[in-house]
Design a protein around this ligand. Structure first.
Ligand code: ATP
Ligand code: MG
Length: 596
């Protein structure tokens, strides 16, 4: 897998990459310089995300530039300029003030992907209360858990979501003082008891709002992790994170002022906020927001009609597009696309190569976490791609792979410094703390936070290796790695090999306890249309995997499963497959995707 290289694209479709040379940028980059590209609040008032994302554009030449183009479920389009977003979010901030919500208090948004969500997000940040976006498809329990943990003071939602998901848990949330409903249709009378009509309040509110002095270390965002490996954790981020959002947008997503940018993640997850809202707005580009759900045809139409130039999506979505066939991609004019990036899960080399063939562009994988707040390791426009690699650390980020001892703990030398793994050796992916968007805590769990820092590094919990040129290769999550007969097996490698078989659309691999070998590899595979999961195919898949991976690593067992469990942010939940396989309790399933 390491042998293939996709050379960096030569002509870059009309825009030279912001970063021309990786080594040179790495040598000259400092966070302080990145910070200077932002405006800061007037009169030394500090740094506020909403000021950088909206106010400074509204005060300058980009005032009438389209900030958001929202596509409704039925295709209706709504555009909002930077000037309009500024005014509406100021009204929102004034509404919070009038209600007595204090800076630092948590404002939850349980909202579909609409303009109102952007208004609430930017208004909350202007007001210096803390934005906590929730995924609108969550049921009442996950909402209640998160709002309790975050001591939510205010909630912005729609009448329907309120009725179905919040009304029943309201009395369990004594700290929740204000529920603001969006889209309470005019003339429908008063809303449910204990709610306020946000649209009405916005009309009455003052359109000017002066952002108060904001310490860059003030809490700005509370994001819950995806719950892929266990109970979701609440990661705390501060206003200074905007420096990372700006720098990564410039370097890793290659955003240019005239770009039309589409991030397909829901703002209920960190990607959808950091890169669906903040980073592109800081760059003053036009953001596409699609209220609808995944549909291959709809997505291609959106890319074509909206003339999307930079597209940030996820492996699961790309695998689903692959399943729909390259011919569907080729029926659309995607010539405006310049850069495609992916995050959230390992991106199989097969998918990178497919992108090149079907979309005419390679897919640039990048790696980060809710905790890191922004992109940490990436493939860049100016750098050759090694399909299957996550790329190299962002300039300004020091990343490494740490050696692990026989108990899977990071090895720390007598000097208190963690031992780095050699080239090609597997170990824990770790980052040197100190970048602006690093989380400042897990809300309500200081011990867990402290345990993430060992021997001078932040431990990501993921396993990786580094090649001789400094490219990072994902091996698996610490919890998902399989130990069989003394081998350490990363699920990603096995899954990627399975995906090279023409019948396989998606694969998930777990370790199954075995008295002799410790664990044996079991693969669950989803088949492409037209294939039947029979004994013949099972044997063929096992033989295919053995040829590619060797008998020690290839799966011993294969199960056909057309509905692998995913989180609602699109990640395969291997822990659930394992629990089901072993008849164990399923644990926290609040983020499990529910298929209609
Ligand atoms: P939880 O921490 O609750 O189990 P989670 O780790 O899935 O959930 P996120 O913060 O949303 O929550 O996801 C970050 C994780 O996703 C990373 O630690 C990594 O395991 C995986 N990931 C993200 N990007 C990539 C990538 N490009 N390649 C491989 N894995 C990735
Ligand atoms: Mg995690």
């Amino acid at each position: 897998m390491q042998g293939n290289v996709i050379p960096k694209s030569g002509e870059h479709r009309g825009a030279d990459p912001n970063m021309a040379d990786y080594e040179a940028e790495r040598a000259s980059f400092t966070w302080e310089k990145a910070r200077q590209a932002l405006d800061g609040l007037p009169n030394g008032g500090g740094l506020n995300i909403a000021h950088e994302a909206v106010v400074r554009h509204a005060l300058g030449p980009r005032r009438d530039h389209v900030a958001i183009r929202c596509i409704g479920r039925h295709g209706e389009r709504l555009e909002v300029t930077y000037g309009e977003l500024d005014e509406r979010s100021s009204r929102f901030a004034n509404v919070l003030s009038a209600l007595g919500v204090q800076p630092g208090e948590r404002v939850f948004a349980l909202m579909p992907r609409t303009v109102d969500l952007f208004v609430a997000a930017m208004g909350t940040l202007k007001h210096r209360s803390v934005l906590c976006p929730l995924f609108a498809a969550f049921g009442p329990e996950p909402i209640c858990q998160r709002m309790e943990l975050g001591s939510g003071r205010a909630l912005i939602t729609t009448p329907t979501l309120y009725r179905h998901k919040v009304a029943g848990i309201r009395e369990r949330l004594p700290e929740l003082r204000h529920v603001l409903l969006v889209g309470q249709s005019a003339g429908s009378g008063a809303g449910p008891e204990g709610t306020l009509d946000l649209d009405g309040l916005l009309v009455e509110a003052d359109a000017d709002y002066e952002i108060g002095a904001t310490d860059p270390e003030e809490m700005a965002l509370l994001h819950f992790t995806s719950g892929t490996t266990g109970k979701p954790k609440g990661a705390v981020h501060v206003h200074d994170a905007v420096v990372s959002h700006y720098a990564t947008g410039r370097i890793a997503l290659d955003l240019h002022a005239d770009d039309v940018f589409w991030c397909t993640a829901d703002p209920g997850w960190v990607t959808g906020t950091s890169y669906g809202i903040i980073s592109p707005l800081v760059h003053g580009v036009t953001v596409i927001v699609d209220e609808g759900d995944f549909d291959a045809q709809r997505w291609y139409e959106t890319l074509e009609r909206e003339a999307v130039t930079v597209w940030y999506t996820a492996p699961t979505a790309l695998r689903m597009l692959m399943q729909a066939g390259a011919s569907m991609a080729k029926e659309h004019d995607l010539s405006r696309l310049r850069f495609i990036a992916s995050v959230g899960e390992p991106l199989n080399p097969e998918v990178v190569v497919w992108g090149q063939y079907a979309l005419g562009l390679p897919i640039h994988d990048n790696w980060w976490q809710t905790e890191t707040g922004g992109i940490m390791v990436a493939n860049y426009a100016c750098m050759d791609i090694r399909p299957g690699s996550m790329g190299r650390p962002l300039p300004g980020i020091e990343a490494t792979v740490l050696a692990r001892d026989e108990n899977d703990a990071v090895e720390v030398g007598a000097d208190g410094v963690a031992v780095e793994a050699g080239v090609g050796q597997e170990g824990e992916l770790a980052l040197r703390p100190g970048w602006p968007s690093m989380f400042r805590g897990y809300l309500g769990n200081p011990e867990r936070y402290r345990s993430c820092f060992v021997g001078g590094w932040y431990l990501s919990g993921d396993l990786a290796r580094r090649d001789e040129d400094g490219y990072f290769w994902f091996v698996g999550r610490g919890d998902d790695v399989i130990k069989s007969a003394g081998h350490l097996i990363g699920p990603f490698e096995v899954e990627s090999a399975m995906m090279e078989h023409p019948a396989v659309a998606e694969a998930a691999v777990i370790g199954k306890p075995d008295p002799l070998l410790g664990e044996v590899v079991k693969a669950f595979v989803t088949l492409h249309a037209g294939y039947e999961g029979n004994e013949e195919l099972r044997l063929d898949l096992i033989g295919f995997a053995r040829k590619r991976l060797g008998a020690a690593i290839a799966p011993r067992e294969i199960a056909f499963d057309q509905h692998l469990p995913h989180t609602s942010s699109g990640k395969i939940m291997r822990r659930l497959l394992k629990a089901r396989e072993l008849g164990l309790p399923e644990g926290d399933t609040s983020t499990l995707e529910v298929r209609p």
